[in-house]
Design a protein around this ligand. Structure first.
Ligand code: SF4
Length: 216
């Protein structure tokens, strides 16, 4: 099971705390009650947004966070997603949100391996949903992991080039991370964005084509 790094780190910090474990249990119960994958993804995204918005009500947080529109270094990293998020992303592709299929293929070949992914050039690592203005073309439906990355240190250090990963200081997003952790904990098919999205798109494509080829 692939787990996102930041949410897992938060879990490890608090796992000995019984009230935290109860919180995770309550969250997983709420998430698991939703069977429709798209609704499930959207529910978790809403919960994460609520936690983040509440943090940003603190003026100090708003002042210290360095992330700006068009700053996209974190969109050149390997993003972990759940299977239901892959369905949501595939739906966006079906709706006409254009992606670079060649780049999707290149990234998907790395599978779920971060080591293989970071062997790609910086340009090849750009998320397939990153548009020409360096903005997320599906911002409202971006994956849960993309919602909890806020840097406090100089954004120049967010760029990972040639496998070098300078240290960055991130905003603690413990409450939102708890939702992310609970969500991923429920999934057996979590994986890297490109790898999982390509798989779901292929499965969808096969379902559409199969009846047609039978008719021929
Ligand atoms: S889905 Fe959007 S926010 Fe997430 S990595 Fe891709 S472009 Fe960036």
């Amino acid at each position: 099971m692939i787990m996102p790094a930041i949410a897992t780190r938060t879990y490890k910090i608090f796992q000995e705390d019984s009230s935290f474990r109860k919180l995770i249990k309550r969250m997983t119960q709420k998430i698991s009650k939703i069977s429709d994958p798209i609704k499930k993804a959207k529910y978790v995204h809403k919960k994460i947004n609520e936690e983040i918005e509440s943090q940003f009500k603190n003026q100090m947080v708003d002042k210290l966070v360095q992330c700006k529109k068009g700053c996209s270094a974190c969109c050149h990293s390997q993003v972990a997603i759940t299977e239901s998020e892959a369905f949501l992303l595939a739906q966006k592709v079906d709706e006409g949100y254009g992606i670079d299929f060649e780049r999707l293929q290149i990234q998907a070949m790395a599978g779920n391996s971060a080591k293989e992914f970071f062997k790609l050039s910086y340009e090849e690592r750009a998320c397939v949903f990153l548009n020409d203005s360096n903005q997320c073309s599906i911002y409202e439906d971006r994956p849960s992991v993309c919602r909890t990355n806020y840097v406090l240190s100089d954004p120049v250090n967010c760029e990972i080039r040639d496998g070098e990963s300078p240290s960055v200081q991130l905003l603690n997003t413990f409450s939102a991370d708890s939702w992310v952790y609970s969500y991923f904990k429920l999934g057996n098919n979590n994986g890297a964005l490109a790898f999982l999205l390509q798989r779901v798109l292929k499965e969808k494509d096969n379902k559409i084509r199969f009846p047609l080829s039978k008719e021929l």
